[in-house]
Write a protein that binds this ligand. Structure first.
Ligand code: ADP
Length: 192
């Protein structure tokens, strides 16, 4: 990649791994878009938009939103080149192999530069999620989401590793320390 744009990144990791916090900081650092599908759904549900209201039913149960709905929302964002021309960081998408394949199609020639896998032990994410107090952070919802991570999202680690795009970052520690590790991974990997 070159210096005229920021990197095109995906963050993957368990719920509560800190993807949202780090994605926001990375996006600010490179002056680029931060796209969180969870946040998009929460915002559009609050605004009474149909896709958001549909998504909310699944989110409240701790289930994944069906792929078709998620893909439509992401595709809509990428249809506007201005949104992503300076690079982007995707947080919470893709979460299934189908979504990863669809992302590849949506991106076309704007191929990904790097997939950052934030590794945090389950006991730590459980504690973080329990203190977050979001509407969908019930004990049952958390358990269900961690199960879905194992069955649906974890296979993406191998998927992106096989494509040579994956870097695993230790997600345990202070926020600044983790941000430092993320930046180092991005900068080591990419030549500006
Ligand atoms: P968390 O990391 O705790 O899951 P998010 O804000 O990323 O928080 O997502 C909240 C919820 O939104 C998820 O539990 C899921 O129901 C839904 N969601 C977000 N992104 C996706 C996605 N890519 N595929 C399916 N469901 C999603």
């Amino acid at each position: 990649m070159n210096s005229t744009r920021g990197p095109r990144l995906v963050l993957i990791g368990k719920q509560g791994a800190g993807k949202g916090t780090q994605a926001k900081r990375i996006a600010e650092r490179f002056h680029m878009q931060h796209l969180s599908t969870g946040q998009l759904f929460r915002d559009s549900a609050a605004a009474g938009i149909d896709a958001g209201l549909k998504a909310k039913k699944f989110m409240d149960r701790g289930d994944f939103v069906p792929d078709e709905i998620v893909i439509d929302v992401v595709e809509e964002r990428f249809a506007n080149p201005k949104e992503v021309e300076h690079g982007f960081v995707l947080d919470g998408f893709p979460r299934t192999e189908t979504q990863a394949v669809e992302l590849d199609r949506i991106l076309g020639s704007r191929t990904l530069d790097l997939v950052l896998n934030m590794e945090v032990p389950t006991e730590i994410v459980m504690a973080r999620l329990a203190s977050r107090k979001r509407e969908d952070d019930t004990e049952e919802g958390i358990r269900r989401r961690l199960e879905l991570y194992e069955t649906e999202t974890k296979p993406l680690v191998d998927f992106y590793d096989c494509l040579g795009l994956l870097v695993t970052v230790n997600g345990v520690g202070e926020e600044d320390e983790i941000f430092g590790r993320m930046l180092a991974a991005i900068e080591t990997r990419l030549t500006y």
